[in-house]
Design a protein around this ligand. Structure first.
Ligand SMILES: *[C@@H]1O[C@H](CO)[C@@H](O)[C@H](O)[C@H]1NC(C)=O
Ligand SMILES: *[C@@H]1O[C@H](CO)[C@@H](O)[C@H](O)[C@H]1NC(C)=O
Ligand SMILES: *[C@@H]1O[C@H](CO)[C@@H](O)[C@H](O)[C@H]1NC(C)=O
Ligand SMILES: *[C@@H]1O[C@H](CO)[C@@H](O)[C@H](O)[C@H]1NC(C)=O
Ligand SMILES: *[C@@H]1O[C@H](CO)[C@@H](O)[C@H](O)[C@H]1NC(C)=O
Length: 396
């Protein structure tokens, strides 16, 4: 029954032509912004203290990662379609959304759109549990299968985690309901197929690629666009330069030659990631994470001081004149200036300027991750057929 209905739908959909699918991304107030804006309120004090106490322990990385989600796109699941705001995350493979089975007593579920399988005529039960161990907490629920509408097409037989327990407080995921992973399937929880694989298998896109444009203009709600199956030439200048990735790691992980910070005045530039290192491209956060000792020096060079949640702040008046950070990839320089790697945020009545450089404690081979601070400056193409990532300067 399950296989038959999934199969029939797949054949019907495959008859439609393959066009690139554009998913507009919207900017939301990230959980971090929400926390900062409310940090003076007593009820947030305990949450902040708790997060602070977790800082630095390895298994809290996913938790801190969720703090910085800023972009989401809309998807529909089921028939008739139920709307969800999801974060498209290149460093994660699973799809998950909250379930109607998640009690509203669970604060994390109370303010979220929840999937109701009983209202979907295309729902197919899978009969497996979904458990994703995130260290500090687990996402749990069941695996479900339904129609998923992204861009302008419907993916059939899409499995996802229908999560009924998000054991954390409401603000953590803020306005996003769930996550759609864009990494390789080696990172997927058993029984789940990342949606890009289904788009390819069901012939819904022409090229096995997706590309990401992030809008750097902070005053608009427009966050950019995710294009599935194609490259949008109007969003970059010059030529795309590609570097290889090794899909066995599951991540969009690239080799970096080195990273230099040009100290002002006559002092020589300081070099990090000396002799090369690996970095994961991560669309889910604004941060650039690196080895703690190196990040501490970089933050020192830009005059940043320790703040909350493992972040550091710089004096907002210095942003325009901060030293440049140059990331060498494949023999080419990718330059980031102060306004690229500093995020402005309101902290109660004051504005803070957060450095995007944060400490990354990992045992994995990739010691760095490049998030929005890099991706907003450089348009990025993720090629799943030739296992490579392409960059070119983004055009607003
Ligand atoms: C549907 O998805 C499941 C799990 O990913 C897979 O085992 C099954 O073969 C798929 N069926 C069809 C018809 O594609
Ligand atoms: C795709 O799914 C949505 C939501 O269920 C539905 O309204 C729409 O008609 C479907 N489109 C196609 C082409 O099947
Ligand atoms: C998460 O689930 C795993 C089993 O998959 C379990 O071993 C672990 O203790 C759970 N962690 C928490 C924080 O509940
Ligand atoms: C892009 O590549 C083309 C063909 O290789 C070359 O002619 C052109 O000069 C390049 N443009 C830039 C901006 O590098
Ligand atoms: C950084 O890497 C580039 C190659 O991309 C190399 O030419 C340069 O000498 C390196 N710089 C340092 C300081 O190691």
């Amino acid at each position: 029954m399950y296989f038959a209905s999934c199969c029939l739908l797949a054949i019907l959909i495959a008859l439609s032509s393959a066009e690139p699918l554009r998913i507009p991304l919207h900017r939301m107030r990230s959980p971090l912004k929400h926390l900062l804006a409310n940090a003076h309120k007593p009820e947030y004090k305990s949450i902040i203290n708790h997060l602070e106490s977790l800082k630095g322990s390895k298994n809290t990385i996913p938790l801190f990662k969720f703090l910085d989600y800023e972009f989401y796109g809309n998807v529909l699941i089921g028939h008739p379609g139920q709307t969800f705001k999801v974060v498209f995350d290149t460093s994660w493979a699973d799809l998950w959304i909250p379930s109607i089975l998640c009690s509203s007593m669970n604060i994390a579920c109370a303010f979220r759109n929840k999937y109701d399988a009983s209202k979907s005529s295309t729902y197919i039960p899978v009969g497996k549990k979904y458990v994703r161990d995130l260290g500090e907490f687990n996402l749990t629920g069941k695996i479900s299968c339904d129609l998923v509408h992204v861009g302008q097409v419907n993916i059939t037989n899409q499995t996802f985690g229908e999560v009924d327990s998000i054991p954390w407080r409401d603000f953590l995921f803020s306005k996003a309901d769930g996550i759609f992973g864009l990494s390789f399937d080696t990172l997927a929880t058993d029984g789940l197929t990342p949606f890009m694989y289904n788009l390819i298998k069901q012939n819904l896109i022409e090229k096995q690629i997706f590309s990401l444009y992030m809008n750097r203009d902070l005053v608009t709600q427009k966050g950019g666009a995710l294009l599935l199956g194609d490259i949008d030439e109007k969003h970059y200048t010059g030529n795309l330069t590609y570097v290889r990735v090794d899909p066995r790691t599951g991540f969009w992980e690239i080799p970096v030659d080195n990273i230099t910070v040009n100290k002002q005045g006559s002092k020589p530039a300081q070099t990090f990631c000396k002799g090369g290192c690996m970095s994961i491209i991560d669309s889910s956060t604004n941060e650039i994470r690196g080895p703690p000792d190196e990040v501490d020096i970089i933050n020192g060079l830009i005059g940043a001081r320790r703040f909350l949640f493992g972040r550091s702040t710089v004096d907002c008046g210095t942003v325009q004149t901060l030293p440049h950070v140059v990331i060498q990839i494949g023999g080419l320089p990718y330059k980031l200036k102060g306004p690229d790697f500093v995020q402005k945020m309101n902290y109660g009545p004051v504005t803070v300027c957060l450095s995007s450089f944060t400490r990354y404690e990992t045992e994995g081979p990739a010691k760095w991750t490049f998030g929005g601070a890099f991706l907003a400056k450089y348009y990025t193409v993720f090629d799943m057929e030739q296992f490579r990532v392409g960059f070119a300067p983004a055009r607003l």
